[in-house]
Design a protein around this ligand. Structure first.
Ligand code: 7TS
Length: 408
């Protein structure tokens, strides 16, 4: 069990009030808030040991390099990677997915091949594959989801044939909350010789992650959705695949030897880390992982399940409110998208803002999914470790207030 009141004390931003009202932050699926331990780690780095990494022989640079690499080891352990060499720092999940598309994709996908992507993906796990299909002449096909937001498993099985070279899907939908049966889907992809790319942007912050057990080939995630700073994310990949891939960006730090007409790539993971990296952010990401590890990811997941169960039950009773995604908290995460009568989600979000409640409204970077359901936009409340059941009550009260204002 998490002690939510104690956790809340660790988040300075949650202590503020606007017009006497406490902040009810229900938009962690977009980006989470940061605990003091992460804020302090970044501050201390800049105050006490900032220097570029992997260069200097002097103390500051050695200290910065050690902290930067130490954070990598923590993050690799957090997802149970076999080796820290498999953990590449990127800016975010978006960059991680692009890295795979531009390197592995361009090397291994060609005309006559098929790329399979689920139809509920965030644009970050959709557009890189659209682009790859365009560039290579491969076909891009979509794994359908049911009206409830579950992977249509028979349809997936049918789409899998020997032309499929790559399957990409989210482990947790940022719109519907769906947790996909990733392990089984990965095994099915492997059975036809395809590589499996998992978008863990929503799942890694909220669920225990074990890449060895999942047996995926690549996993992409972002630091800022899991208590870490913005500007830092990760791509995990199986070593033999990474070793065989061309670099994504080239320049300093990613090389071993350079001549005027040749160069030799650096060892993993640095082969994929050209230029001065986001050092403070990586160190902060390591502290974020420490924080989550201390809480225990099973506890994090349990809290989310409790929040979602309460939200489904109580929001479900609000007349005129329609919730999307699976109704079973066991198979969904803490992003709850909904519509409320004919109130435009943007109007609703503005109205909730008067109550100092932050939710997201729009298509949440999953426009094709909204189109499929005939929706221009939805409102979305999403939860994390610092949210309480009382905050869901606040949301419901504010929705009732909106009902009066909009005469619903
Ligand atoms: N994949 C999923 C499932 C996501 O939810 C997001 C961000 C991304 C990829 C991209 O992450 P980034 O860190 O590279 O931007 N999702 C959201 C969201 O739902 N609202 O704002 C960002």
């Amino acid at each position: 069990m998490l002690n939510i009141e104690a956790i809340r004390q660790d988040f300075p931003i949650l202590q503020q009030k606007t017009n006497g009202k406490p902040l009810v932050f229900l938009d962690s699926a977009a980006s989470s808030q940061k605990p003091l331990a992460v804020i302090k780690a970044v501050d201390t780095y800049y105050r006490e040991y900032h220097a570029n990494v992997h260069r200097g022989i002097y103390d500051l640079s050695e200290k910065a390099s050690a902290a930067y690499e130490q954070a990598r080891k923590k993050i690799a352990r957090f997802i149970n990677a076999k080796s820290w060499r498999e953990l590449i720092y990127t800016r975010n999940a978006t960059e991680s997915l692009n890295l795979v598309a531009y390197t592995w994709g361009m090397q291994h996908v060609g005309p006559g091949d098929t790329i399979l992507v689920s139809d509920m993906e965030h644009h970050a796990n959709l557009i890189p594959w659209q682009q790859l299909a365009k560039r290579t002449g491969a076909a891009l096909k979509y794994i359908p989801t049911t009206t409830e937001g579950l992977i249509d498993q028979p349809a997936y099985a049918q789409l899998l044939d020997s032309t499929v070279k790559l399957v990409a899907f989210t482990l947790m939908s940022n719109v519907l909350g769906t947790i996909t049966p990733a392990k089984a889907m990965i095994a099915q992809a492997h059975a036809v010789g395809a590589v499996a790319v998992v978008d863990g942007a929503q799942s890694v912050p909220h669920l225990p992650t074990d890449v060895q057990d999942l047996d995926c080939d690549f996993l992409a995630f972002s630091g800022h959705k899991m208590l870490g700073p913005t500007g830092i994310g990760a791509l995990w990949g199986k070593k033999p695949l990474l070793a065989d891939m061309e670099p994504f960006l080239t320049g300093g730090d990613m090389i071993k030897q350079v001549g005027y007409d040749r160069c030799e790539w650096n060892a993993l993971p640095w082969k994929f880390e050209a230029g001065t990296p986001a050092i403070a952010q990586a160190i902060g990401f390591g502290y974020a992982v420490d924080y989550l590890t201390a809480l225990g990811m099973d506890n994090v997941r349990q809290h989310e399940k409790d929040m979602v169960a309460y939200a489904l039950e109580h929001l479900g009773r609000v007349e005129g409110l329609r919730i999307f995604g699976p109704q079973d908290p066991e198979i969904r995460g803490g992003a709850v998208s909904f519509t409320f009568g004919d109130i435009h989600p943007h109007d609703l979000a503005s109205m909730l803002n008067y109550h100092n409640i932050a939710i997201r409204a729009g298509h949440h970077c999953a426009q094709p999914l909204h189109d499929k359901h005939g929706l221009a936009a939805t409102a979305r409340a999403s939860f994390y470790i610092y949210n309480t059941l009382q905050e869901i009550d606040c949301l419901i009260e504010a929705l009732e207030d909106a009902r009066k204002t909009f005469e619903l």
